[in-house]
Design a protein around this ligand. Structure first.
Ligand SMILES: *[C@@H]1O[C@H](CO)[C@@H](O)[C@H](O)[C@H]1NC(C)=O
Ligand SMILES: *[C@@H]1O[C@H](CO)[C@@H](O)[C@H](O)[C@H]1NC(C)=O
Ligand SMILES: *[C@@H]1O[C@H](CO)[C@@H](O)[C@H](O)[C@H]1NC(C)=O
Ligand SMILES: *[C@@H]1O[C@H](CO)[C@@H](O)[C@H](O)[C@H]1NC(C)=O
Ligand SMILES: *[C@@H]1O[C@H](CO)[C@@H](O)[C@H](O)[C@H]1NC(C)=O
Ligand SMILES: *[C@@H]1O[C@H](CO)[C@@H](O)[C@H](O)[C@H]1NC(C)=O
Ligand SMILES: *[C@@H]1O[C@H](CO)[C@@H](O)[C@H](O)[C@H]1NC(C)=O
Ligand SMILES: *[C@@H]1O[C@H](CO)[C@@H](O)[C@H](O)[C@H]1NC(C)=O
Length: 382
């Protein structure tokens, strides 16, 4: 009783603290030598990220809109999820259904005519107005209190996301979430659309990608829901996944033009790659890059390190030349295969596959450690 009262008091206090009425569309910028980035609280979203190319010219390497109001419009129309935090549960939940203990939960099925949940339901973390709780020259923190029962999820969850830039040019994202009062799924991610060529070419197909630890993918059906199977990208008897073998560097077109493991009628990449790494690599300082990508046009190389067990990659097969490219990237429109979305996250729909042994990384209660996601992106050019 005493605990319940205290917990209630705590939540009320937090709610007051994090409901400060800041302008959700105000831009916040951070910078360090050779890198700068801009964010808005609407979705705790990255809108611009400048790094230098091989000629030492600054290039904006992420997709977005010039006018922050466009993001609100986008949510109501094309809902691209350009640059936000996605949650409370990133990616898809089959049938919007999961069970914790003896209770079956149903959350809004906002995709594929009500067959699954995408990125946390009808109003996910991408469409929430986060509170800016810290901002200085090199770092910004956004905070969200997600009340119990919101979008059908059990329990209140408090999340802080901190973005930092440093030199040599690095962007670090750190997301810390705590379940305040009951057991709930928590799986957040960043949803950044990248084009390291800053749209000098219409597509990313000539770029080179290396995923040294991505030996397996999580199998999906025609609407991208998880089936429970896991396939090797290296074994000939599972040949449909072979184009997704990036365990040595290769050009992106070698996968994108041939792989059809991305839902009905799709050619390209829209897959969760499992990072099969040695255990020590979960320590931040000891971690080796899990993704390395070089642009054929700008010579910009990005190296990604993360503590997550999977990377969802999407090669923008759904783009069709209707969404504008930012003026900072020369204008025009985003063409098919004009970008790559990279989402460091846990094994998708793991809450419905206890046999994978991922539950401790996806279900959190008030007595659990926080859910922590970090990722760092290092940039160089030659
Ligand atoms: C970031 O760098 C670019 C290129 O130098 C510049 O145009 C832009 O104004 C900078 N943004 C901020 C917020 O400093
Ligand atoms: C959404 O896409 C349509 C074309 O499919 C385009 O005309 C419209 O401008 C887009 N909306 C936004 C907010 O960009
Ligand atoms: C083009 O892409 C936009 C954004 O993804 C989508 O909303 C629209 O339906 C697509 N249009 C066509 C004709 O496929
Ligand atoms: C699918 O969701 C519906 C509606 O929420 C629910 O009634 C049904 O039991 C679920 N089916 C399965 C197989 O979980
Ligand atoms: C967030 O702020 C935007 C811009 O002010 C507003 O249009 C939107 O309705 C707000 N969203 C929520 C969920 O309150
Ligand atoms: C900015 O804030 C972060 C987080 O509180 C802190 O680690 C960092 O030292 C600060 N940087 C500067 C330049 O004040
Ligand atoms: C890829 O590079 C080749 C050779 O430089 C060039 O001819 C082609 O246009 C490029 N393709 C794309 C999609 O950029
Ligand atoms: C996967 O890529 C590795 C590294 O390039 C290569 O040694 C191996 O033969 C490839 N496997 C298949 C089945 O293509």
């Amino acid at each position: 009783m005493r605990f319940a009262t205290t917990a209630f008091g705590l939540i009320t206090t937090l709610a007051t603290l994090v409901s400060a009425d800041n302008d959700a569309l105000q831009k916040y910028s951070i910078y360090a030598y050779g890198i700068n980035a801009t964010f808005i609280p609407y979705g705790a979203r990255l809108t611009n990220l400048y790094v230098h190319d091989k000629n030492n010219s600054p290039r904006d390497v992420v997709l977005g809109y010039n006018d922050p109001a466009q993001y609100v419009k986008d949510t109501a129309t094309n809902h691209t999820y350009f640059g936000p935090i996605v949650g409370r549960y990133a990616n898809r939940i089959r049938n919007g259904t999961f069970t914790i203990g003896d209770t079956e939960y149903h959350v809004p099925t906002n995709e594929h005519d009500g067959q699954n949940t995408l990125h946390g339901g009808t109003v996910g973390y991408d469409a929430r107005n986060w509170t800016t709780t810290q901002h200085n020259t090199s770092s910004v923190t956004f905070t969200l209190l997600d009340p119990s029962g919101n979008q059908g999820f059990p329990g209140a969850v408090l999340t802080h996301v901190t973005y930092t830039v440093s030199s040599p040019p690095r962007l670090t994202t750190r997301i810390v979430s705590v379940s305040l009062d009951s057991y709930t799924p928590i799986m957040l991610s960043t949803h950044i659309y990248w084009n390291l060529g800053a749209f000098q070419s219409a597509t990313i197909l000539n770029d080179t990608l290396h995923l040294p630890y991505a030996d397996r993918i999580i199998d999906i059906d025609s609407i991208l829901d998880v089936t429970g199977g896991l396939s090797s990208v290296k074994l000939p008897w599972q040949s449909p996944s072979l184009p997704l073998n990036f365990t040595s560097p290769k050009q992106i077109y070698e996968a994108v033009l041939y792989s059809q493991q991305c839902g009905a009628g799709c050619t390209g990449i829209d897959n969760a790659f499992i990072l099969d790494r040695p255990p020590y690599s979960s320590a931040e300082d000891a971690s080796a890059p899990v993704l390395e990508w070089t642009s054929a046009d700008t010579g910009i190389t990005m190296k990604l390190r993360t503590n997550q067990q999977s990377l969802q990659l999407y090669s923008c097969g759904g783009q069709n030349g209707t969404i504008p490219v930012k003026a900072s990237q020369g204008g025009g429109y985003v063409e098919k295969y004009g970008c790559l979305v990279i989402e460091p996250q846990q094994w998708i729909d793991g809450i419905n596959h206890p046999e994978w042994g991922q539950t401790d990384r996806q279900i959190f209660g008030p007595d659990s450690p926080p859910q922590v996601l970090w990722a760092s992106y290092d940039f160089s050019a030659q």
